[in-house]
Design a protein around this ligand. Structure first.
Ligand code: PLP
Length: 379
């Protein structure tokens, strides 16, 4: 679409040109990395170099990083196999009510299989503390799952502190982190969180859709989720998606070559929020977001789906909460205890380092026009 004003980078990102080029190259070099002849070995060599690039950005050894089809698969693998790793100890899992559906729905499925799950509730600003987490631990707790960056509020949860607290309480408890919105969006490499398992996804960082990875800390003996040909050191069967992997690595390399991207992203978010507050006084900020790329606002009493559609008709793309819950009110904002008019009007704005002030001004004017022309359920 021409004249696209895109502020939904937490839903997905444009595929970087470097990734497009790498994908095209890899599609032409069609060898199966598991075949034994020289032509296929080139494909295997390429996957090896791509794994080194993604692992390098993550901060881990290449042998600790396993390619999957998406963040959702990585979360499913970590939770389903992580929970059974300590089966003899018990069946209690701790997570937060802020998690993405990839974690929450997997937890619900595990509950149907006899696990008990404690969902930690955030306070009003969408935060969870290490004290809350340690208070929920029990002798039969086998797994903790906590996201790094919330995809709707941009709040950063204190994962590193929580890992330390959990391991101090009981080193046998496995710690999984959904790092999908944190990878390359926070200053520290994710390995420093100290978690045993971390899920990431390519399409949030300029790679094509359909590629993710799971970091498995050396020594953690996670069983595979898929049975098959034993690719990825026997842990993730399925012929390697060489083109997607190449796109992922190229996007990661290009991102890493842009060291001030986080500052630029934070600056354009700050600019947008200050302009929109000025132009639309009835707009309220739900969360400024600690991560540079996400914030949440609301037009209390408006219907966010209608606002999103009206903006969309002008080529302005924002999200009503997360793109993943299809019209239902956001479970994250509900867990934060927002009043109904705030829930109804909630919008997520998300940014890239390349978002411009001109685009931000168009977003602000579209929001102002929507607020002036649409009706609210209030008054
Ligand atoms: N976890 C979080 C926090 C996300 O924001 C998303 C996607 O929106 C996912 C997991 C799922 O990732 P994918 O779309 O690669 O399956």
């Amino acid at each position: 679409m021409d004249n696209l004003i895109y502020f939904d980078y937490a839903a997905t990102t444009p595929v970087k040109q470097e990734a497009v080029n790498a994908v095209t190259d890899a599609l032409r070099q069609f060898g199966n990395p598991s075949s034994r002849y020289a032509y296929a070995r080139q494909a295997a060599q390429r996957v090896k170099e791509d794994r080194e690039a993604v692992a390098g950005a993550f901060g881990c050894a290449p042998a600790e990083l396993f390619f999957t089809s998406c963040g959702t698969e990585s979360d499913n693998w970590a939770l389903r196999r992580g929970a059974e790793l300590n089966r003899r100890r018990g069946k209690h899992i701790v997570t937060t009510s802020l998690e993405h559906a990839a974690v929450l729905e997997t937890c619900r499925d595990l509950e149907r299989q006899g696990y008990e799950v404690t969902y930690l509730k955030p306070e009003r600003a969408g935060r969870i503390t290490a004290d809350q987490l340690t208070a929920a631990l029990r002798p039969d707790t086998v797994l903790v799952s906590m996201m790094l960056v919330n995809n709707e509020t941009g709040v950063i949860l204190p994962v590193a502190e929580c890992v330390r607290a959990v391991k101090a309480a009981d080193p046998a408890i496995l710690f999984h982190c959904d790092g999908v919105q944190g990878f390359l969006k926070t200053p520290e490499p994710l390995v420093r969180l100290g978690a045993d398992l971390v899920a990431v996804s390519g399409h949030k960082v300029g790679a094509p859709k359909g590629i993710g990875a799971l970091y498995i800390k050396k020594g953690v003996r996670l069983r595979p989720l898929l049975a098959g040909g034993g690719q990825e050191e026997g842990l993730r069967s399925g012929t390697e998606a060489t083109a997607q992997i190449a796109g992922f690595a190229a996007a990661v390399r290009a991102t890493m070559a842009d060291p001030d991207r986080l500052e630029r992203t934070a600056a354009i978010k700050e600019y947008t929020l200050s302009k929109v507050k000025e132009a639309v006084p009835k707009l309220e900020i739900i969360s400024q977001g600690d991560a540079p790329h996400i914030c949440a606002v609301t037009l209390p009493g408006y219907k966010s789906e209608v606002v999103v559609r009206v903006l969309g008709d002008r080529g302005v793309c924002v999200s009503s909460g997360s793109a993943c819950h299809r019209g239902r009110p956001s479970h994250v904002f509900a867990a934060m205890g927002l009043p109904k008019p705030w829930l109804d009007g909630a919008l997520r704005l998300s940014f890239s380092p390349d978002s411009t002030r001109e685009e931000a001004d168009k977003l602000v004017s579209a929001l102002k026009d929507a607020a002036d022309s649409l009706f609210t359920t209030l008054s």
